[in-house]
Structure formats: C-alpha cells, structure tokens
Design a protein around this ligand. Structure first.
Ligand SMILES: Cc1ncc(COP(=O)(O)O)c(C=O)c1O
Length: 391
C-alpha cells in the first residue's frame, strides 16, 4: 500500500510529549514543535491492525518474549544489516536509556570513567553522572562541517579508570553513519585497552542512500564479545510510546549479568502491546519503512536547499542517517541563551538546543524533520523571517 506522509495529523490532546509538553518545556504554547525524536506520521498499517486485534482479545496479562518474536528480530538484523544476531543474545528492556543506566551500574564502580563522543544525545551524560561515574568527553572533530572521530584524543584520555564507552551509531545529533573503517579503528582501541562498548544503535534503520549501517558487533567475533548492542523498533517505526527496546549481548557472562539486573528490577517482561508491535514491525513493517525513508530524504533535501538559498547564515550538511538535523547557527552571533530565546520567542519553533548535547553544541540547534513537508516548510519559514528581522 501507499502511505501518505503529507497528511497532517493533529496530535494535540493525545498526551504526546512533542506537542503536549511544549509549554512545560519551552514556557509557551505558541511554538511549532520540532524537537524530541518521534515522527508526526501514522505508523505502518500492519502494526495498527495487529494492535487492534490484540486489544480486541480483551485480556492483557503478563507477556512472554515468544520464539517468533525473537526470530522476527534476528531475521530483520540479518536482512537489513547482514548481522547474524542470535535469539539467545536478546534481552528485553523498557527502553534503551534505562538499559544504558543498568549497564553503567553493572559494569563499572562509582568513580570509574566512561567515554562518550560529544556532542551527543544528552541522556548519555546523565546515565554516567547521575550514577556517580566520571565522564570523559572524546569530542568529535568537525572538519568542513563533517564530524569525525578523534582517535588521538581518545587514546590520550584513556587510563586504567576508563571501563566503558557509550557509542552512538548512527550518531545523534550529528547524523553520521559510521563507516566500517571508523568503527574498526575505534573498536580496536577499546579492545586493546579493555574498554567495553555499549553501542546504541537505535537509529540504525534510518539511513539514507549511499550509506550503510554496520552493527559494531557484526564486525568480528572479538568485537561481538566486547559489545553490548542496544536497539529498538521505536525510532524506526515510530512506536516509542510502546516502550519496547532490546539488547543483544553475545558474551555469555555479560548476558547473565544484565539479565539478572533486569530481573531484579522486575522489568524483564515486555508489555503485551509492545511485544505485538515489535514482532509485526520487524516482520511486516519494511514496506512502510522504505516509504518513510524516501519521504524523509525528500524532507532533508528540501531543508538543505531551503536553508542554503534563504537562510545562508545558518549552515547545514546533509545528514547520513536519523531524522534529526544539526544546524550550525554560530554566524548569528548569539550565545546559547540568546539562541534558545531567539528560536522560541522570535522564530516560534521548539527545537533541541545544541548545548543540551554538550559544550561543543553551543551555537547549534537540532531540528526534527519527521513531519509532513508543509510543517517543515512552516518551521523553516518562521526561522527565515526571524533571521531577516535581526538587526
Ligand atoms: C541515541 C538515542 N538513544 C536512545 C534514545 C531513546 O531510547 P528509549 O526511548 O528507548 O529510552 C534516543 C531517542 O532519541 C536516541 O536518540
């Protein structure tokens, strides 16, 4: 079937964070929400149908991770990412972020160091700092607007207190889809220094033409043993509210450790709707995904062209993956508070402030382009007019 992503769906009043939390978050209702990472698109019809059928059953008891569910996940990984992930490696988690926090607690002690590559998804900072671990920022290097990993800085910052690295692959917010070469180099440094890698691959299915996501654990057996992969159908299929995520942990000891921690918290079971949606998404969601990727790439081209032509003070690069675009607003000459206020009060758009992603993000904002094109156009028009009105 053909999906129509141009259709505007009113999400206000559905208790959705993106639209219904803006006053709390931005101090006004008078902004167009283009923050937080979910899509304003209706999900794949097979998911809706399966959820309706499950709802009609009328009993919503404790749920088991069925064999067919695990098979659906592994088949997807094989088909989309050429990764032979095994059923026994899988662990359910109610989200990627809670899993990150659990792993941090299980694999490090208070005072140990954990590396992240900032600017990066802001909960990475919290799961390290709020658990009393020490944060080490191996900042990405910006070369002509493209971000790359800084291996020299990484090696300089490693000492025997560094136990873990949290990798964002593909990277939010800079939109990089790391190449095999980049990942191999990073993985080898970590193995050499006994640093386990948590690879957050939640954006792995949202990759544009000409780029390919490589699961870190798929690179070699040695890499697989050193990697805990976190992923979910939530970004791919726009079902974040169902709170279903997965870990793939090939190392037996690590698998046991994490499973036990999850069992102690009593969060090892998926909710019955999450389980249904995940299995159906991975078995019957591909047609929708292909169409959404095409639409998103159209939005991306539209945004890049619009900004280059009409808001040249803002710099943008075509991202390789995700639907979150990192806009360089440094030429507007504002500090972080001024830029934030400018976007909210003058442009009237709700974006993620760049500095939320670390100090490297000052002067940047992140815009979510997973919306109908006319919504995107409206957001860009607001920014354009606000920039024109600047003295
Ligand atoms: C890199 C990354 N990890 C994790 C998440 C959220 O994961 P969850 O909702 O499963 O906790 C996001 C959401 O934007 C993300 O960008």
């Amino acid at each position: 079937m053909r999906y129509n992503f141009d259709k505007t769906i009113n999400r206000i009043g559905s208790n959705t964070a993106k639209w219904d939390e803006i006053e709390e978050k931005f101090g006004t209702k008078d902004v167009l929400p283009m923050w937080v990472a979910d899509m304003d698109f209706r999900v794949a019809q097979p998911i809706i149908d399966a959820l309706k059928e499950r709802a009609e059953h009328g009993i919503f008891g404790y749920t088991k991770m069925s064999d067919s569910y695990k098979e659906a996940v592994c088949n997807w990984m094989k088909k989309r990412h050429n990764w032979e992930s095994e059923k026994d490696w899988l662990i359910h988690s109610p989200g990627v972020v809670p899993a990150l926090s659990i792993i941090v607690r299980e694999f490090t002690e208070p005072g140990d160091k954990i590396i992240i590559q900032s600017p990066v998804y802001y909960p990475f900072f919290d799961v390290v700092k709020d658990n009393g671990r020490e944060l080490v920022c191996n900042s990405l290097k910006e070369v002509d607007g493209k971000y790359i990993m800084d291996y020299e800085d990484l090696e300089n910052k490693i000492d025997n207190k560094v136990k873990l690295m949290i990798l964002c692959s593909p990277h939010n917010p800079v939109g990089r889809v790391w190449t095999k070469e980049e990942l191999v180099k990073l993985g080898e440094i970590c193995i050499k220094n006994n640093i386990k890698i948590i690879s957050d691959e939640i954006h792995s299915d949202l990759v544009y033409k000409g780029h390919k996501h490589i699961p870190l654990a798929s690179i070699s057996e040695e890499f697989a043993q050193n990697t805990i992969t976190c992923f979910a159908p939530s970004k791919t299929f726009n079902i974040a509210g169902l709170q279903s995520a997965l870990l793939s942990v090939p190392n037996k000891e690590d698998h046991e450790k994490i499973s036990k921690a999850i069992a102690i918290l009593d969060i090892r079971r998926d909710n019955c709707f999450g389980a249904v949606a995940t299995e159906v998404a991975y078995t019957s969601g591909e047609e929708w995904l292909e169409q959404v990727l095409e639409y998103l790439e159209g939005n991306l081209d539209f945004l890049v062209e619009y900004i280059e032509e009409r808001i040249p003070k803002v710099k943008v690069n075509k991202i390789e993956g995700t639907y979150l675009v990192w806009l360089d607003c440094r030429e507007l000459g504002m500090n972080k508070e001024q830029l934030s206020e400018f976007m909210i009060k003058e442009a009237k758009v709700a974006l993620d402030d760049g500095y939320w992603f670390g100090g490297e993000g000052e002067g940047f904002v992140r815009i979510n382009i997973a919306c109908p094109r006319n919504t995107l156009e409206e957001g860009l028009r607001r920014i354009e007019n606000a920039v024109k009105n600047l003295k």
